[in-house]
Design a protein around this ligand. Structure first.
Ligand SMILES: [Zn+2]
Length: 248
């Protein structure tokens, strides 16, 4: 039996047995770990709070024959304010849905955890447009999963920028105004191009640090959402509900 401790956040729970849970934990550096949390549904269990959705903890696991158990969950943050805002909560669940469909069990780099923690922090703080947080999460997750869009220059002639550009949500390529086909591709302004470049290329700690006008934020989020759906060949069921309850 192997014991180890790792930081991670609960991104899904499912009920098993009379009072047990299976928790899916996105860890710092070991991808997703699926583990049994014995008795965690009991209100008096020492694992109860630490094994709830969005609990960020120092987890102590034991592993035997590929089966993991949670021994301890020392809480660092529980993002309680998500529960006070239905659209923030739905978006947080959508982020977890993307992670569950795109990240592997047992392997992964630290940045995915960092990105989710940053997104949840900004959702709780309530000062950033949720659509902007959503775009950052979508595009950066695509990049971290090997689907970085090619936004550094026009894919055809290499021009860095023209007054307007076009983005192909299927291929992830950017085109200048001479090479892009206006009939087929959505036109994107330079501010949106700059935002996409920032999300893809910035240092992890700066990925949320940029501004985009409120009029252009919905344009960016439509592009990133479509691109992510194309990359992962998925429609994410929570999005429809998110838009029905979304407010700034
Ligand atoms: Zn071009």
């Amino acid at each position: 039996m192997e014991k180890f401790t790792v930081d991670g956040i609960v991104i899904k729970t499912s009920v098993t047995g009379e009072s047990d849970l299976i928790v899916f934990v996105l860890t710092r550096g070991a991808g997703i770990i699926r583990a049994f949390a014995k008795g965690a549904r009991g209100a008096k269990s020492r694992l109860h709070a630490g094994c709830s959705l969005f609990a960020y903890c120092s987890f102590s696991f034991t592993e035997k024959n590929g089966v993991y158990n949670v021994n301890e969950a020392e809480i660092k943050e529980i993002f309680f304010d998500l529960r006070n805002d239905i659209s923030a909560l739905t978006l947080a669940q959508y982020f977890c849905e993307i992670i569950l469909k795109t990240q592997s069990e047992g392997e992964g780099d630290e940045e995915m955890l960092r990105l989710l923690l940053g997104a949840l922090y900004y959702l709780c703080a309530g000062k950033k447009d949720k659509l902007l947080i959503k775009s950052v999460f979508e595009l950066r997750t695509a990049a971290l999963s090997g689907y970085a869009p090619s936004v550094h220059a026009c894919a055809s002639c290499g021009a860095f920028q023209t007054e307007n550009m076009f983005f192909d949500c299927l291929s992830g390529e950017l085109f200048c105004e001479k090479c892009g086909n206006a009939a087929l591709l959505p036109q994107v302004s330079l501010s949106v191009v700059a935002a996409m470049r920032h999300i893809v290329f910035s240092e992890p700690e700066k990925v949320f640090s940029f501004r985009l006008s409120p009029e252009l934020t919905p344009v960016l989020t439509r592009l990133t959402e479509k691109y992510v759906q194309n990359c992962f060949q998925q429609r994410f069921s929570l999005l429809e509900f998110f838009y029905s309850v979304y407010s700034l």
